[in-house]
Every structure is written in structure tokens, then in C-alpha cells.
Design a protein around this ligand. Sequence first.
Ligand code: ATP
Ligand code: SF4
Ligand code: MG
Length: 375
Amino acid sequence: MKEDLVLPAPREAAADSAGEPLLQVAGLTKHFPVKGGFPIRRTVGAVQAVDGIDLTVHVGESFGLVGESGCGKSTTGRLITRLMEPTAGTISYRGKDITHASRKQLAPIRSEIQMIFQDPYSSLNPRQTVGKIISGPMEINDIVPEGGREKRVRELLEIVGLNPEHYNRFPHEFSGGQRQRIGVARALALEPKLIVADEPVSALDVSIQAQVVNLLQKVQAELGIAFLFIAHDLAVVRHFSQRVAVMYLGKIIEVGDRESIYTRPRHPYTHALLSAVPEVNLSDETDGGRRERIRLAGDVPSPISPPSGCRFRTRCWKAQDKCAAEEPPLIQISGNHEGHLTACHFPEEPTIEGRDEDIVLDPALAALEEGIEGQ
Ligand SMILES: Nc1ncnc2c1ncn2[C@@H]1O[C@H](COP(=O)(O)OP(=O)(O)OP(=O)(O)O)[C@@H](O)[C@H]1O
Ligand code: SF4
Ligand SMILES: [Mg+2]
């Protein structure tokens, strides 16, 4: 028989607990079966969407999870919020194992973990008023705050910078940025302790992105809510996250505090991601503005048959035989600060010095550029 989840009361848990582990994930794995064959369809393989990741989000902390499209970020978010069952691994929340907790067992913490979705258009029901949408989580969880639900919704609208008088309007009457604010208000309705924000600004215009990030930052700081902030580039999480993990093809390949990741990155892939971020372009600071770009060859390999050893090796300019034979463990390699872990056999120097030359990894691209220059 499964043990009942016994958790401390939320208020008690939040008091003076900043910095303590809130969410702990160990060996988290999700493999989606791939079916094939005719007339009988059998499982012929698996999409290794998430493949044994470890991460910890502390109380009140903002943790960034970054990586290219398809590397498993959303799957990780869905596993953590228990929208999906993991293939293996464990998820602990406030010290209790919730990996396989039933709906009933999850009930006491359902309200504490909320999600904000990428698309502010499809994530709001077009037939419901803003008031109904934001009070939805309160209704589902049968919660009536002091002063009633409507009062709380109006307060929430104010917190996210919307007019409380817009209570009776419908989503189509709002812009993308405003809709995402409605999504934020809905996530805040139950006073969560952890928000998993899955690319919350990617669908918005660049000019609006900063406003929504600022709002989330304000919410995080003022309400002490921990965030798992998912993004596909390092620019978005730079000002938001105290710690950042970089994912590649289902694995975390580097994790550390903001300073380590942005100024002392060791993994070649982190270097490549940083080189694509104009404001943190490494050589900008060191050689008077010459742009260093690292272009990664080809696409991300298929997660159905990822490369042996280091999964990044097919696109890595430093790859050697050892990289194909042995998977590099995610560890604190020599030269890293405390808590800065890197999975690489031949890491970069812990420096922000610019390179002498561009690293152009795509031979076709190099040939094309040479051709253009030669004309
Ligand atoms: N339900 C599913 N069934 C089969 N494969 C899936 C399923 N959901 C995701 N995948 C696959 O798992 C891998 C990881 O997907 P995921 O959506 O987690 O990536 P992501 O990092 O969020 O990408 P994006 O930046 O495009 O949102 C992808 O190869 C995807 O095709
Ligand atoms: S282990 Fe090898 S292939 Fe992987 S990132 Fe390091 S040098 Fe590149
Ligand atoms: Mg995604």
C-alpha cells in the first residue's frame, strides 16, 4: 500500500525556508515508444525525450532550463507538474516522493505547483471570461478566499498590470502580452510555491517579452515563488534566473549559478549558445566588439538513436575518440566553482576571452562563405 503524503502546511513550509530544496529531481527519464510494422504494430524504438536528469530548485529560487527545440524541456516541465508519468527516476517536492503519487495523494500540493504555457492564445479558453479563467483553479480546488473569488481575481488582475474592470472581457479582446498576463494571474490564483513557466515569452513580440519577464521577476521576488523557467536561448533567462541548466538531447550538460554559466562556461555547447546571444557575446567585451559566432553543424540528431558517448559529439569541434566511447559524467570538473557541473571530456577554459577565429562547424556553410568572399 502506498504511503499517504504528509506534508507540512504550506505557510509553515514557506516560513524562513528560502534556499532550502523545494523540488528535487533525480534520474528523471521519459521515453516515448515508437510504433512500427504492418499489420501488427509493435514498439520498434523509443524517443529518448528526457534521459536521466537531476536538478534541484530551491525555495524562492528562479532556475532556468535552456536548450534547442526538441531537447526535452517541455517534457521535463510536464513530468515535474505530473501531467505525464515518467519512465524512470524520482520527483520529490518538499522532501516527499511524488513520482507516482495518485490524484488523491497529490491533492494537497496541486495548488502549490502551477504552470504557465508558451502559447497565450491556445492556453486560454476563448469562451470564458477573464474572471472565469482566473478563478478556474480556485473552483477546481474548491477554494473561496476571504472576500470571495471575484475580489481575489480583481486583485490578481491588478498584480499582473491589467485593469480589474476587465473582469468580464473575453481573451480575444486582449493582445498577446496581455493574454500572457492573464495566464500569469491564473497561475498565481492559488498562491503557488513553484511555477513551471514553459517558454512563457517565446510567442510574444520582442518588445513585449521584456515586460512579461519583468512582471514574472517582480512576482518571483515579491511573492517568494520559485520558478522553473524554460527557454530556448540564454538571453531570456539571463536576467531572471539565479541558476541555469543547459539541456541537449534529453540530458543536462552543464549547470551552475548565473555567473558561472555566463562568464565561465566550460561545455562547448554552452559556448555555442552564448555566442548566439548578442548581449553576452563573449568577444564583445574583450576585443572591441568583434562578433564571435559559433555555428553548429546541421540539426540536432534524432532522440530515437542519439549518438553514443557524448550526445553532442556529432556537432562538437573538440570531439575525439573518447567522446564516442564514453559518456562524460555531469561533475564539478577542475577549475569550476562550487555547484558548477559540466559533462565534457575536453572542456573549454574557464574564461570569457574571445577566440582568435570563428568556429564554423558546418562545412557546407564554410564553403558557401568562402565562395561568396571569393566572388
Ligand atoms: N507525446 C509524445 N510522443 C512522442 N514523442 C514526443 C511526445 N512529446 C514530445 N516528444 C518528443 O520528445 C522530444 C522532446 O520534446 P519536447 O517537447 O520536450 O522538447 P522541447 O525542448 O520542449 O522543444 P521545443 O523548444 O520545440 O518546445 C522531441 O523529439 C519530441 O518530438
Ligand atoms: S565530451 Fe567531447 S564531444 Fe562532448 S562536448 Fe566534450 S569535447 Fe565535445
Ligand atoms: Mg517545448
